[in-house]
Unconditional design. Structure first.
Length: 737
């Protein structure tokens, strides 16, 4: 088959199936635009706006209201204008089906095409082969070691696509834009997404190289990596396309639906079209980032003096997951399941599509997990790992491994997936997102029958004061937990939104908890994006004491302990560069400096840095962390949880930085203090507040916004009610129960 004839590997009747599923689907009257029109008329203009520096206060005053420039448009308005002009041209020259273009403009939101399985390293290796570049040459090294500063220029360090452009521009097969259409590019990307081996991917990438100029290829690489960064969000694009586009995406996670069902701006979403639907992935509500004080956070959750209760939940260290369950008519009493992650990735293959799915790591245990009368449900929760041997939760990084192990060895005593549920959003055909959290939790308690250590409802505590939050946070820090989430029980569920109704409290945000340790820097890692071209994170180590080392005490070894990249300001980086300039050495995996630095993993050299520095030439940094946790990635076998840079310790050097024995002593003392010292919590704060019957709140989740229209039900809708099968048909709604 000629390469021009490569088409997606899907059934030939796919168009008929899509027409049946989307009867009002638009059809274009002309071929799609050339691919180069995307970057000439959209990507490049948007990127130029992003590059322009923000106006100073003086310039903003001269520019007029809203900081508008000479053209009378703010940067946001300029971006919208560029997008609107592109959409108008598509409608005029192509037709109403803009989906082929949108999935290339927002590749990270396209759920209809699978992942390519190609990261920077693989693409760089292929480009070296396609262009027949010596991998030891300057250009070869620039592609294969793209995080490192280039031998001729560090301008594009950390920006892989930009580095590719520098190399491609020297060897173009064509300088003018190519003639590939957007539809042709999509066809080949479909083929690339199902190619599982390098020898299948190489011909496709080679054809792109032959048919595109360097700039087109650079944008194509960004599409494959799903790293566009053009300065315009999907929200701006959606609002330019249709007034309801953002809402439909939030409830469906489908670009296809947004483009096909909303191609006419005169057609608006109404009624059930605006709510979540069973077996249809939605964009979940997210927790707001923590404010400066507990008092401010709590004040936003206590809109009335009559009801000042808020809820405290433990923040799980797992993967956000939504579970959809519906009747399976093909099996008597059967049920079918779908699992989606926060990023709308389908994990049904891992956790199971039915009660009798032999490959399901979870659903095979859910036969009795739902109350009688529950036919369909959508649950929101966190997939975590439970380790029966440790009788505790295991680190999130082993979740997939635990699920695969459970698939192969059901009912084993090893770590297994545990779904902790904190919300219910759909029940027997009814959308519950408009009900209060208190209502939804009531329904959840009645609908679910927990399965021990496999399928459980996440508990919560009621509170009214900052002191109670502090006590809970101290408790989770002591248990090395992820943190807390504070929730307003009077609030509705807000799709794809961070709102003050949910606020997360992580121990690494706090200043009064955790350890502060003075560590020696032994390695550095180059950053990406705006951190590209310089060392943005650092490998820290502990000194091996004289009685632990066979080396001379004047020149001991150092064991890798943690990697620190957060907390640095621009001034901090500048000072680090000043103090270490000219002292860094490139890490050679074939000749590692094992006489000085010990990494984990033996020959695998876990967490090996890009550059290393002699401890005697290095700096000491004060690092803040929430707790210490076990880790196989560092030679110490332990590492810091949520490490953050606090300050440089210019008064210390490698001889006075923290040693292995000093660290072990600190840990032992901390454990002893934890056992001896118990936090006193006033008994009055331990008592759970009694709920009293009140009039329904006028506005659920009211936060002072006069535009809020929702008037929610009370928190007692499901009190004293049981679920049962309705006698008539399945059209009964939530009020029937």
């Amino acid at each position: 088959m000629d390469s021009d004839e490569i088409v997606p590997d899907y059934p030939q009747n796919v168009d008929e199936d899509l027409d049946e599923k989307y009867p009002n689907r638009p059809h274009n009257r002309a071929p799609t635009l050339p691919f180069h029109e995307l970057y000439l008329k959209l990507f490049n203009p948007l990127s130029e706006i992003k590059k322009k520096p923000a106006l100073s206060n003086l310039a903003r005053r001269k520019a007029g209201p809203h900081g508008k420039g000479a053209a009378g448009l703010s940067p946001h308005e300029l971006r919208r204008d560029i997008i609107v002009r592109f959409i108008e041209r598509w409608r005029k020259d192509v037709g109403d089906d803009i989906y082929p273009a949108i999935r290339l403009i927002l590749p990270e939101k396209d759920r209809d095409r699978g992942m390519y399985g190609m990261k920077e390293k693989v693409i760089g290796k292929m480009l070296v082969q396609i262009m027949k570049i010596n991998k030891e040459s300057e250009d070869g090294q620039n592609l294969l070691n793209w995080k490192l500063p280039g031998q001729s220029s560090g301008r594009m360090a950390g920006d892989f696509a930009g580095r590719c452009y520098e190399v491609l521009a020297k060897r173009p097969l064509r300088t003018e834009p190519g003639d590939m259409t957007i539809e042709e590019v999509n066809e080949k990307l479909d083929k690339l997404s199902i190619a599982s081996k390098e020898d299948e991917q190489m011909p496709i990438l080679t054809e792109f190289y032959k048919k595109m100029n360097p700039e087109e290829l650079t944008w194509l690489i960004r599409i494959i990596l799903r790293q566009m960064k053009v300065g315009a969000t999907e929200r701006t694009l959606f609002r330019a396309w249709h007034p309801d586009a953002e809402s439909l995406y939030n409830i469906s996670s489908s670009l296809r639906r947004v483009c096909w069902e909303l191609h006419d701006q005169n057609i608006r979403l109404e009624g059930d079209d605006c709510g979540i639907a069973l077996m249809q992935c939605f964009q979940p509500q997210l927790a707001q980032f923590q404010m400066h004080s507990f008092d401010k956070m709590i004040a936003r959750m206590q809109p009335t003096e009559e009801d000042q209760v808020f809820w405290i939940e433990e923040k799980m260290d797992g993967e956000r997951m939504q579970l959809h369950m519906a009747p399976d008519d093909s099996i008597p009493g059967g049920r079918k399941f779908i699992f989606w992650s926060r990023k709308a990735k389908d994990y049904t293959y891992l956790y199971g599509n039915g009660l009798h799915d032999e490959n399901g790591a979870l659903t095979r245990y859910l036969k009795d997990a739902f109350s009688t009368g529950v036919r369909s449900v959508i649950l929101d929760g966190e997939m975590v790992i439970w380790d029966p041997e440790q009788n505790a939760l295991a680190p999130f990084g082993t979740l997939k491994t635990a699920a695969i192990s459970e698939q192969r060895n059901p009912f084993s005593k090893g770590p297994r997936p545990l779904f902790r549920i904190f919300d219910i959003l759909h029940l027997n055909g009814a959308d519950l997102t408009k009900y209060t959290l208190r209502d939804r939790r009531n329904a959840l308690q009645k609908a679910i029958q927990p399965v021990h250590r496999r399928f459980e409802i996440l508990p919560y505590e009621e509170a009214t004061t900052a002191a109670e939050v502090e006590a809970c946070l101290r408790k989770v820090v002591a248990e090395a937990s992820e943190g807390l989430v504070l929730k307003n029980p009077r609030s509705p569920y807000r799709l794809n939104e961070r709102h003050d109704d949910w606020m997360k409290v992580k121990p690494d945000y706090m200043t009064e908890f955790g350890e502060s340790l003075d560590l020696i820097v032994v390695g550095g890692y180059y950053g990406q994006g705006h951190r590209g071209g310089f060392l943005a994170s650092f490998l820290c180590a502990l000194r091996v004491d004289e009685n632990q080392s066979s080396q001379n005490a004047d020149f001991p070894k150092f064991r890798s302990f943690c990697k620190v990249g957060g907390g640095f300001t621009a001034a901090d980086y500048q000072e680090v560069r000043h103090l270490t300039d000219g002292k860094w050495n490139k890490w050679d995996p074939k000749k590692p400096p094992t006489n000085l630095i010990e990494l984990a993993g033996g020959d695998s050299q876990h967490e090996r840095p890009d550059m290393w520095i002699k401890p005697s030439d290095s700096i000491v940094v004060c690092v803040k962390a929430a707790s210490v946790t076990a880790s196989d990635s560092f030679h110490m076998g332990q590492t810091l949880r949520f490490p953050r840079f606090k300050s440089l310790r210019k008064d210390k050097d490698w001889k006075t930085a923290l040693s292995v024995q000093e660290f072990l002593n600190l840990r032992a003392n901390a454990e002893q203090e934890k056992q001896e010292k118990q936090f006193d919590v006033d008994n009055s704060r331990k008592k759970r507040l009694k709920r009293t019957t009140k009039k329904p709140l006028k506005i659920a989740g009211y936060d002072g916004d006069s535009n809020v229209q929702y008037s929610g039900p009370s928190g007692h809708m499901f009190d004293n009610l049981n679920f049962c099968e309705p006698c008539n048909d399945h059209s009964s709604n939530i009020s029937d129960y």
